[in-house]
Write a protein that binds this ligand. Structure first.
Ligand SMILES: Cc1cc2nc3c(=O)[nH]c(=O)nc-3n(C[C@H](O)[C@H](O)[C@H](O)COP(=O)(O)OP(=O)(O)OC[C@H]3O[C@@H](n4cnc5c(N)ncnc54)[C@H](O)[C@@H]3O)c2cc1C
Length: 399
């Protein structure tokens, strides 16, 4: 049975960033275990690929700190390593008077987080994004688009070159810790370690529970569907066009993102997924669905009047293209139904506590001979360099 100093589970951006940072210490024997045969197969490869520089995160929060630092660091990392990255900038569009007022408070948050922004009028908005419509907008030049899959592969390449062993296609079925080691049992045999890092994304709560960690929380999977603009209508969005976020809602509304490959994706919405890796609304897993429906925290969350209304609207957007297109036309009125074709989907691992509160900050908990990334909430891709480094530092302290 192979034996390592550290066994990391999860080949997404958090697991691979943790592996890269731990592997800087050449003395450590490290294994990374991933159930798929490729990296970034779930959240880290099924997202919008946007570097969110942190203009709308609570000042002083871990998320704000990781997002601002992560944006700067990832730009440098991508430049050094030829990872596709485009510094497009974003316009956050206000379509109502109330949203226009909110732009000022977002700008105050941006200032507190040290993120450069500018409030622009409708004329300048038209210069930047001729097809967007709004009374005003917040322009943030620091936002960027990155190829998230290439980024994760680059992290993994670095880790591998530094000696990390990758066990691809190995599903971890159980984990147990004794006073002397940790046993990670996979469908292809056990791997032993002195220490275990759980970066299993959508299944992080399940693996944590194996060693009695994070039992007051559960991951609720929220799917986000994307459409994309047909090639001849991609000019409707030059860069990134976002709605003004509602501070009371956990997910940003449907938005337009120009990717590094030139495609313009529109979305994501946010609907309950009927399984943790259900990328279509026809896919489900009865056991996983039962887990969600029997969780008190889920019902407390859903009983919030605002959440109920949003849940219904989001469900409509998932099942009815017309509803999705309508929401998109709020930002770009010229867009027509025939301009949109279905694209990919991603599922967000949203950690919810027993009171129905969404955990908004990144969260790591320690356990017996182990560290568990329970919440790598969006913008987890943006945050992943400082977050992985933080996890690696914590592991070194524990060892
Ligand atoms: C629709 C969507 C849009 C998003 N947009 C953005 C964005 O624009 N910008 C941004 O910064 N962030 C964005 N995010 C958030 C970001 O993608 C995530 O926060 C981040 O990818 C989380 O990374 P992770 O490594 O924790 O999880 P994952 O990428 O999900 O990786 C976990 C890995 O663990 C593996 N695993 C799970 N269980 C086991 C097991 N039992 N055995 C072995 N392996 C296992 C999985 O196969 C997976 O590869 C978005 C997320 C979604 C879903």
């Amino acid at each position: 049975m192979p034996k390592y100093d550290i066994v990391i589970v999860g080949g997404g951006c958090v697991g691979c960033s943790t592996a890269k940072h731990l592997a800087e210490d050449r003395e450590l024997d490290i294994a990374l275990v991933e159930k798929e045969h490729r990296l970034a197969a779930h959240q880290s490869g099924r997202n919008s690929g946007v570097l969110h520089p942190g203009f709308n995160y609570e000042p002083g929060s871990t998320k704000a700190r990781f997002a601002t630092e992560g944006t700067t660091r990832m730009k440098a990392y991508a430049n050094e390593r030829d990872i596709p990255l485009r510094e497009f900038g974003v316009v956050v569009v206000a379509t109502t008077a109330a949203e226009e007022r909110r732009l000022s408070s977002i700008q105050q948050q941006a200032d507190a987080n040290g993120v450069e922004t500018e409030i622009i009028g409708s004329e300048e908005l038209e210069e930047r994004e001729p097809h967007a419509q709004g009374r005003a907008a917040l322009y943030c030049p620091e936002a960027a688009s990155v190829d998230s899959q290439q980024y994760v592969y680059e992290l993994a390449k670095e880790a591998k070159n530094a000696g990390v062993d990758f066990y691809m296609g190995h599903t971890v079925e159980s984990v147990s810790a004794s006073s002397s080691d940790v046993r990670v049992r996979t469908d292809k045999g056990a791997i032993n370690g002195d220490y275990f890092v759980n970066a299993a994304g959508l299944y992080a709560d399940k693996l944590a529970a194996e060693v009695g960690v994070g039992t007051g929380y559960q991951i609720i999977p929220f799917r986000g569907d994307y459409y994309e603009l047909v090639p001849e209508r991609r000019h409707l969005c030059n860069t990134m066009i976002y709605p003004t976020p509602d501070p009371e809602l956990p997910f940003l509304g449907v938005h337009y993102t120009r990717r590094t490959d030139g495609k313009v994706i529109v979305g994501p919405n946010a609907v309950l997924a009927f399984a943790r890796e259900a990328y279509r609304n026809t896919e489900f897993d009865l056991g996983e669905l039962r887990d969600v429906l029997s969780y008190g925290g889920f019902w407390k969350l859903m009983m919030e009047p605002k959440m109920m209304k949003v849940a219904w609207e989001e469900l409509n957007k998932s099942y009815k293209k017309k509803a999705f297109v309508e929401a998109s036309r709020n930002l770009v009125p010229e867009a027509r139904a025939q301009d949109f074709v279905r694209s990919y989907a991603g599922v967000r691992a949203q950690l919810v506590d027993g009171n129905g509160e969404l955990v908004k900050d990144p969260m790591v908990q320690d356990g017996p001979r182990s560290l568990h990334v329970l919440n790598a909430v969006s913008p987890g891709l943006t945050c992943s360099l400082p977050f992985g480094e933080h996890v690696a530092e914590q592991v070194r302290e524990e060892l």
